[in-house]
Design a protein around this ligand. Structure first.
Ligand SMILES: N[C@@H](CCC(=O)N[C@@H](CS)C(=O)NCC(=O)O)C(=O)O
Length: 76
């Protein structure tokens, strides 16, 4: 099955899977009411967006998210 999606979200999801990090994925496809929910929460809509309940970190920007996940969860 092929699913078209954001290439920016894809690289973040790949790192979440690679690091075997349990996560909840909330799709914000065009037309999804979750877009408005994210906008109301952050004042902005952009995907990907991550919230880490372990650290309280909330961030946009795929490259920064990948860097954060690797720095926080990759074992050396
Ligand atoms: N520089 C950002 C770009 C992210 C981006 O452009 N995301 C698109 C989805 S692919 C987006 O949220 N666009 C706003 C919209 O769809 O309204 C990153 O690397 O995360």
């Amino acid at each position: 099955m092929s699913i078209l999606g954001s290439p920016f979200c894809k690289i973040v999801r790949e790192v979440l899977v690679e690091l075997e990090l349990p996560h909840i994925f909330r799709s914000c496809a065009r037309g999804s009411p979750k877009r408005q929910i994210l906008f109301e929460k952050t004042g902005h809509f952009q995907a990907p967006y991550i919230e880490d309940p372990n650290t309280g970190v909330q961030m946009f920007e795929s490259a920064e998210i990948v860097e954060y996940l690797k720095a926080t969860y990759a074992s050396s």
